[in-house]
Structures are given as C-alpha cells and as structure tokens.
Design a protein around this ligand. Structure first.
Ligand SMILES: Cc1ncc(COP(=O)(O)O)c(C=O)c1O
Length: 390
C-alpha cells in the first residue's frame, strides 16, 4: 500500500483479521448445493433468488462500474450509496477522541483525536460521520467571490499542515490531533459549484503524507469538467466517491462506491472494513441493469435534459423580483438567494411542492435549494414563484 494512505490509516487495521463470510468461501455455481450459510432453501413466489446471501463485492458489478468510470475493477469498493463510503472512510482513518466531545473549530492541539476538514457550506454528512466516531471537525469555509463560491486553497493547505499527526503513529511525530481527511465536494452540495481540478490536485500534492483528500463526485455527471478519476494515478492520497443515486436515477437502490489508485488499499478495505454482505441482491441487479448498454444512453439523455432545464430555468427565475442571485451550478440543482425565502418554501409546501430550505443555515442565508425536475414540475415552481405574494 502506498505510504500516503498506509501511514494515515488507523494502525489496528493493518493487523485486523477481517470476517470471512460463508459467501466468500465458495462460488455460487449452479451445480452446488449450499448448506453453508444458514439460508432458507425455500424461495418465495416472485422473490426467487433472494433466499441466498448476495456476493459481497460482485465481480460483474465492479466491471460495470469500472467501464462507466473508466477505471480498473480492482480500484473500487462498492458501497450502499456514497453515504456508506463516507462512513467507511471515516472509520478507516479517524481515531476517536475518547471521553471528549469534539468541538467545532476547537483547539485541536488540546485533543488526541483526529479531525476531518470540511469546506462549508457543503454536504452535512462529512461532519456528522466524523462527530459520530467521535472525531473533530475543522471548517475552512468556501470563499464567496464574484457571485460564486471558491475553495480557500491556501487556507485548506495551511490548516491541514498546521496540525501535527496523532501520537499513535509514533515515528517522532508530535502530540495533538491530526486532520486526516479533507472533504472536497465538486460539484458542491448545496452550492452547485465545481472546483478546478488543478486546485484539487495542488491540495492533494501539498498535503500528501499528512492527509487524504476525499473528492465527492456525487454530481460529476452533471458538470462540464467531469471526473478526476483519470488523475488518481498522480495522487496516492486522493479517493473519489461516486454514486448511481443522481445520474442513474437510482437513489432508492442505495448504490455507490469509492475509488482509489491504490489497489492494495482497496483490497484491504474489502477484506477488513466492510459488513459481511453489504450490497442487497435487488440493488446489485438494478445497478447492473442501470449500467448496461441498454440503459446508459437513456440515463445520459436524462442528464442532458436536466442540464438543459437547469439552464432554461436560470433566466426565468432571475426575472422574478424576489430573486436576488442564482449561484452558477454544475449540478442538478440551483442555490437561489431570494427575499422571503422561508416564506416561499412554506407557500410551495402548501401547494405540494417540496423545496429544501437553506435560508437559516450559516453561509447560505436567504437561500433555497431547488432540485431540477421535469419541465412540467419546473414550470409549476415558476408559476408558484409568480403567484407568491408575501
Ligand atoms: C454531496 C453528496 N454526497 C453524497 C450523497 C449521498 O449520496 P448517496 O445517495 O449515494 O448515498 C449526497 C446525497 O444527496 C450528496 O449530496
């Protein structure tokens, strides 16, 4: 495993013996009789095949992901959505802070636990999963400039390097906590902003050996700059999250993955850090279908429709006198700053249209986040905005 990951991994994972499930011990050949996993031999009508535990990391699905993301199958850990990938990565890298509640923005030198660095406003689960360890959360907010958001690259690097790694790693390192994970979400939820790949690459280079950069590409398919998977080989400390939830319309199936250039790291994770049978059979079958040659072009066409709708909506929404600003978006949603944001959300809810309220959250004051729907749904939002008389 490359030292940029190995030296930051919680050390007990190196020696940990992972669970070997019955499913891992034997293939599922049709001619075999399986009496090894305490499964029920009777299949229920219309639920055939579900009496058997699924393959833990199905090879056919890894191959399908690999084709879709233009990587090798052994670079992927398949998870229940990108959400579970975040939980697993937190568990792998962040040492808990015993008997101590981590404080946001607190003095890390006073604690022995690890930390994650997040750039708010961003996806809330990075911080929630870190606090659940419990580990610390350090914020380096996005910069609001020229009507959009930008990474505070210098501050991210400076902050990540200014905390000495945890003492448990030894080797003459100092005390205090260490920022183990830097989360960059691009396109970012809830702002919709894509951050330049060169900036992300520079952060990876500068913090290599000190921190792992987790690039969340949940919305990459909607963005003009696409994915950074082609640059994984250049950055041993870069891990990329992908999901079928958005671009493949599969949120209900909970299928995602994380990707690394280091196949030894991926093998370690599969052997030691996953649940025994993490991926439900129905979800695996649905994912294989979604990624098949028949369905991928349909998913691609839907992405194009959503991007076209996003672009159609921007001038129409901007024309409303209540709308102050629409942040440039590379995703399937818009962050809209407006007068009476909270009241409009209530008005929309009364009319059975549910929109996410960010108006009272830090960094997104007076903002709502509108997911792009079908043209009819979007037209209804435009009508509601015109009818709204605060
Ligand atoms: C930025 C970001 N990351 C991860 C997720 C979780 O995605 P999944 O459905 O794959 O768990 C979301 C869900 O909205 C998200 O916005």
């Amino acid at each position: 495993m490359n030292p940029a990951l190995k030296n930051l991994l919680r050390p007990h994972y190196i020696d940990l013996q992972g669970y070997v499930s019955a499913g891992m011990e034997s293939d599922k050949s049709a001619e075999k009789i399986f009496l090894n996993a305490n499964e029920n031999p009777y299949e229920l009508p219309d639920l055939e095949g579900f009496n058997r535990y699924p393959e833990p990391q199905p090879k056919a699905l890894a191959a399908a992901y690999a084709k879709a993301y233009d990587i090798a199958p052994d670079q992927i850990v398949m998870t229940r959505g990108a959400d579970e990938a975040i939980v697993i990565l937190t568990k792998l890298f962040c040492e808990p802070t015993p008997n101590q509640h981590p404080r946001e923005g607190g003095d890390l030198q006073q604690t022995t636990g690890d930390a994650v660095l997040v750039c708010p406003p961003t996806f809330g689960m990075y911080g929630v999963d870190a606090k659940a360890m419990p580990s610390n959360v350090v914020e380096v907010p996005l910069l609001k400039e020229n009507g959009t958001f930008a990474l505070d690259k210098e501050k991210i690097i400076e902050t990540a390097l200014s905390y000495t790694p945890s003492p448990h790693r030894g080797e003459g390192r100092g005390g205090g906590a260490s920022i183990k994970l830097i989360y960059i979400c691009s396109p970012n939820n809830p702002t919709g902003t894509s951050f330049p790949h060169d900036q992300i690459a520079e952060i990876c280079r500068e913090v290599e050996g000190q921190a792992v950069v987790i690039l969340d590409e949940t919305y990459a398919e909607f963005s003009s700059q696409g994915s950074m998977t082609a640059r994984l080989a250049d950055h041993p400390n870069l891990i990329i999250l992908r999901t079928l939830s958005k671009s493949y319309s599969m949120a209900g199936m909970r299928m995602g993955c994380f990707i690394s250039g280091d196949t030894n790291f991926i093998a370690l994770v599969k052997a030691k850090a996953l649940d025994a049978y993490p991926l439900p059979q129905a979800s695996v079958e649905a994912a294989l279908h979604a990624l098949s040659g028949d369905i991928r072009p349909i998913a691609k066409a839907n992405i194009e429709k959503l991007i076209a709708e996003r672009e159609r909506l921007i001038p129409l929404l901007s024309g409303n006198p209540l709308v102050r600003h629409i942040y440039p978006s590379d995703a399937n949603f818009l962050l809209i700053e407006m007068e009476k944001a909270g009241e409009f959300i209530k008005f929309a809810t009364q009319n059975n249209v549910v929109i996410r309220d960010f108006s009272t959250k830090p960094y997104t004051e007076d903002c709502i986040r509108l997911s792009i729907g079908t043209p009819e749904q979007n037209n209804l939002v435009l009508k509601l905005l015109n009818d709204f008389a605060p």
